[in-house]
Design a protein around this ligand. Structure first.
Ligand code: CA2
Length: 152
């Protein structure tokens, strides 16, 4: 079967606040801008995006599980769940799709509690500290991985 040309874009808790608070940390782009940036990067390579943002972990898990049926990979900014959530990590490893983890800020340059991500070692692509442009980088690099898998 041909792999679906669709990625799931997941934004975790509090990322709905993008562009409304803390612009010195997260910039002025909104969540809607972020979803458009990812969609444009995907469209340039013939892919589409299905976007989900939630402040509820279970909603994120259900979206990740559903991606098994019709997505070729997952781009995720888990927000603060990166540093706390074994269940999110288990969901990502359970669906066995290639994952790109993206963070707007450079988590390694911030407080020590942000240095560890439970998602990091189930992701094949890692993008940190590029601002919201990092979502386009993550989409590009994930599609390159997917294309490589299709060839191999
Ligand atoms: O740098 C990132 O993208 C983070 O995933 C953002 C998370 C943070 O917990 C991670 O350590 C790094 C926080 C998302 C909260 O987003 C806000 C945006 C605007 C205003 C307030 C929060």
């Amino acid at each position: 079967m041909t792999a679906p040309r669709r990625l799931l874009l997941v934004n975790g808790p509090n990322l709905n606040l993008l562009g409304t608070r803390e612009p010195e940390m997260y910039g002025t782009a909104t969540l809607s801008d972020v979803e458009s940036i990812a969609a444009a990067a995907a469209a340039a390579r013939g892919f589409e995006i299905r976007a989900v943002q939630s402040n509820h972990e279970g909603v994120l898990l259900d979206a990740i599980h559903d991606a098994r049926n019709d997505c070729a990979g997952i781009v995720i900014n888990p927000g603060g769940l990166s540093h706390t959530s074994v269940v999110l990590r288990d969901a990502l490893s359970g669906v066995a799709l290639p994952v790109a983890e993206v963070h707007i800020t450079d988590i390694l340059q911030r407080e020590p509690f942000r240095h560890h991500s439970y998602v990091a070692d189930v992701a094949v692509v890692h993008v940190v500290g590029e601002g919201v442009a990092g979502y386009a980088t993550a989409v590009d690099r994930l599609i390159a991985v997917i294309a490589g898998q299709a060839e191999g």
